[in-house]
Ligand binder design. Structure first.
Ligand code: HEC
Length: 188
């Protein structure tokens, strides 16, 4: 009798163990997908609030101002990339940093967002370098405070003109689609 009880207890634990493990896998992936959405939101919100905080009508815009806005965002992107084992892509048709020039495939994605202002996010799966990724993408829009550095060509701060001779990230207006941010979660 005692032995039977022990055996059945063992089997109950064994089975529940299996089901927990199976669910655990799903929960982890779902959790990572939600996290990707949270990462994208954090980056967009961070850039927007830093620009509002540090760009005032009488601010002289220097490289130091950049370090507090898009520069700080770049740092945070690197931090998240390392901590969460994800890839984060900023992509745009008018890039300042060559690394952010949209690939033909990203350009298609940008077209979708520019054709539909109500499209707030996109979830899909992509293959890159033979690996599969879940991809979470959001559009980035230009705000008034961004124009200090992404406004008219001639009004760009000196350090930008000097540091980015191939710059295309100007002549935006508030409300324009600046580009996209994608968070890629490896699936295998
Ligand atoms: C103080 C100047 C400054 C302000 C203000 C600023 N940016 Fe930038 N931004 C830059 C610079 C410089 C880069 C290039 C960074 C690099 O070398 O990777 C950049 C890069 C970017 C990129 C990456 C794509 C690319 O072209 O390389 C995006 C997206 C972006 N900015 C959006 C914005 C948005 C949206 C705002 C307002 C909320 C904003 N920026 C405000 C200076 C600024």
């Amino acid at each position: 009798m005692k032995r039977r009880l022990v055996l059945s207890l063992i089997s109950v634990f064994a089975f529940s163990g299996i089901s927990i493990a199976a669910e655990g896998g799903d929960i982890t992936l779902e959790h990572k997908k939600d996290n990707a959405a949270a990462n994208a939101a954090e980056i967009i919100e961070m850039r927007s609030s830093l620009a509002k905080e540090f760009i005032k009508p009488d601010t002289e815009i220097t490289e130091d101002t950049f370090k507090k806005v898009c520069g700080a965002v770049k740092k945070r992107v690197m931090e998240i990339t390392e901590k969460e084992n994800v890839k984060i892509r900023h992509a745009t048709l008018k890039n300042r940093n060559a690394a952010n020039a949209a690939t033909p495939e990203e350009a298609e994605l940008i077209k979708k967002f520019s054709a539909d202002n109500n499209m707030t996010e996109l979830r899909d799966t992509v293959r890159k370098d033979g690996k599969e990724f879940f991809r979470y993408t959001r559009p980035i829009y230009v705000e008034e405070a961004c124009l200090a550095c992404h406004g008219s060509k001639d009004a760009r701060p000196k350090f930008i003109v000097e540091k980015y001779p191939e710059d295309k990230a100007y002549d935006y207006k508030a409300g324009d689609l600046r580009g996209i941010i994608s968070v890629l979660v490896p699936l295998n």
